[in-house]
Structure formats: C-alpha cells, structure tokens
Design a protein around this ligand. Structure first.
Ligand code: TRP
Length: 334
C-alpha cells in the first residue's frame, strides 16, 4: 500500500529556536518514515509583511540548511523553496476565482496582521498579498494533493479554508482534490525564559528564546539567567519559570530527571542552579549534533545548491501533474 502524503511549510523567519523545533520541526523529522513527506520553505508568504530583500534571500537558504541540520533527510523527504515551484502561484490564481471575498475577510490572522500594520504607521499598506495569503497556503497543500498537514492550532482556520476551496473546486469542476486533514501532535508549550508568562518567540528579544544554533556559551547563559521565582506563587505551586524549565527538560527526553526535580520541588529541596545546569546540558546534548551538521552543510555550498535544485525539480514534477489536470477541468487551453 502506498504511503499517505504529508505536506507542511514554514516561513523563512531566520534562525529557528527551541519553540519552533519542538513545535514543528521535530515532528516533521519523526514522521518521515511513516508518510511520503513534502516540506517547503515559503518565501512568497514572507513577502506579505514588510521585509528586506537581502534578509529574505539569506533567511530562505538558512531555513533550508537548518531543517536539514535538524534531521530532515533529503533521501526520504522532498524539501523545496516555494518560489522555485511556480505551480503554487499558478494554482493560487485559479483558487482566487473560487474563494469568496467574505471568507478571506473573516480570517483572524488577516485581521490581526492588518491591524498590526495599520497601528505601526499610516504609510504601510495592507497588501492584497496579505489578504490572499490563505489562498496561496491552500495551493501549497492542494498542488500536492496532500492527505495530511501537520500544523499548529493557529493554522486551523487556514486549513479549514483549504478544505472549503477543495470542496468548492470539486463541486464546480469535478471531483479531483482530497480534503486534507490536520495532523495535530502533542507539543510542549515552551515559554519565554525572561518572561515565562509569554510564549517563546524571537520577536520578544534575544534573552527570551534559545536558538537551536546558539553556541554553547550563549545557551548556558540564557538558561542560567532564566527567570525562576517571581514571588507570585504560593505554597506548593510551581512558578511559571520553574515549570518552563521542567517542560524544556521533558521535551529533551529527560523523564527521570524531570521526576527527580519535581520531587525535590515538592519537598522544598530544589536548587534552581541544579535544574538550570541539567536543562542546559540536555539542550546542548540535543543541539550539538545539529550544529555540527550545519557546519558541514555550510562548508559544502555546491552540495547544498545542487540539493535545492534537485528537490525543487522533484516538487515541480509532482505539482505539474496537478496543474495539467486542473487546467483540463477548468477549461484553460493547454
Ligand atoms: N501559514 C503557515 C505558518 O505561518 C505557513 C504555511 C504556508 C503552511 N503554507 C503552508 C503551513 C502549507 C502548512 C501548509 O505557519
């Protein structure tokens, strides 16, 4: 029996942090044997918010490199750069014509981001690209006729729209697209180190996140400086900062240590320094091989470049099959 196909994409946001790793990338790596996986770095989506062209190009290459370094295996999965597969944008146009203005207006991400832009400055435009962002996302998924899409809860609405588009297309032009299902996995919720009431994110600033590729000294320093006791908790309630370190230790697979530290906490014997040292050791045990792999990749740019081109070619071949069929169904002369 042939494997079901999985498609997922990530924006080229610059260096990935442990929140991204445990929230998405680790799962992508883990399911490579079970499914036929197709993963993309969506540079065209990154153009929907103000950006710098030089950064976009660098971040795109960096994201490809980081994904490979973290364990995306190019012999198992396809890893493409979205703009190198023009069928995504071709299909987007066709989908634009079956997507209603009203349903795009209801997308919460559009509402949030357009408000964010409007509040920044009167001069920034809310682009049509930002408005039709979810249509491009639907094309990313349906151009490969994917069965499953691993995404976070924040992308649920976009996936729902993708299914609506598939159904509407099928009703209008004939059964063709699958209705892709989300693939939710249990993910640890990592919080900022400096403000453990907020989600770990790069936008909060350097000391709030741990970059997967931060060097050892930086990693240790960030963890050593993590906020533990804010004096707000009472009795045997764990503070958000301590709980966050425990979550991180658990995410790194150190279940025995988690149990020991939790017991120590409840008997009032927990030393924060010990917890921090153990957490830093666990994080470095995880990330050190990734850093070595990244160095290797960056030392062989010819290999990297060849891989990117080969994989874009594989993705194009898959996507072109869909476009041929879609053109027939929709009456496009070809
Ligand atoms: N919108 C997604 C995000 O911001 C990224 C994305 C683009 C995506 N195309 C996709 C995710 C297709 C899954 C499938 O996280």
């Amino acid at each position: 029996m042939s494997k079901k196909r999985v498609l997922s994409c990530i924006q080229p946001t610059g260096q990935i942090h442990l929140g991204n790793y445990f929230g998405a990338v680790k799962n992508w790596v883990d399911i490579q044997d079970k499914y036929e996986c197709v993963y993309g770095v969506v540079d065209l989506h990154a153009m929907t918010m103000p950006y710098n062209p030089k950064d976009l190009k660098e971040n795109t290459l960096q994201m490809i490199t980081d994904l490979l370094a973290c364990g995306i295996d190019p012999d198992k999965s396809v890893l493409f750069i979205q703009s190198m597969v023009p069928q995504h944008t071709e299909l987007t146009w066709i989908f634009n014509c079956v997507t209603s203005y009203g349903e795009l207006s209801r997308m919460t991400q559009f509402k949030d981001k357009s408000e964010q832009l409007a509040s920044k400055s009167k001069k920034t435009v809310v682009s049509t690209g930002l408005f039709t962002y979810p249509v491009l996302q639907a094309a990313d998924i349906l151009v490969y006729n994917a069965n499953y899409v691993p995404v976070g809860k924040d992308q649920e609405q976009h996936l729902e729209l993708t299914r609506n588009i598939a159904v509407r297309f099928n009703n209008q032009f004939g059964e063709f697209f699958n209705e892709p299902e989300p693939l939710f996995t249990e993910i640890p919720k990592l919080m900022s180190l400096a403000d453990p009431t907020k989600k770990m994110s790069k936008s909060l600033g350097e000391k709030h996140y741990i970059g997967v590729f931060d060097d050892e000294a930086v990693t240790r320093k960030k963890i050593r400086s993590a906020v533990t006791d804010t004096g707000e908790t009472q009795g045997n309630e764990m503070s958000a900062g301590v709980a966050n370190l425990i979550t991180l230790l658990k995410a790194c697979g150190k279940n025995n240590a988690v149990e020991d530290f939790t017991n120590a906490f409840h008997s009032g014997e927990l030393k924060y320094k010990d917890l921090k040292d153990a957490t830093a050791d666990a994080v470095l045990e995880l990330t050190t091989p990734f850093k070595q792999k990244k160095t290797e990749l960056l030392n062989d740019r010819a290999y990297l470049d060849k891989l990117i081109r080969e994989h874009a070619g594989k993705a194009r071949a898959m996507a072109e099959k869909t476009l041929e069929k879609v053109k027939k169904l929709t009456g496009i002369y070809s």
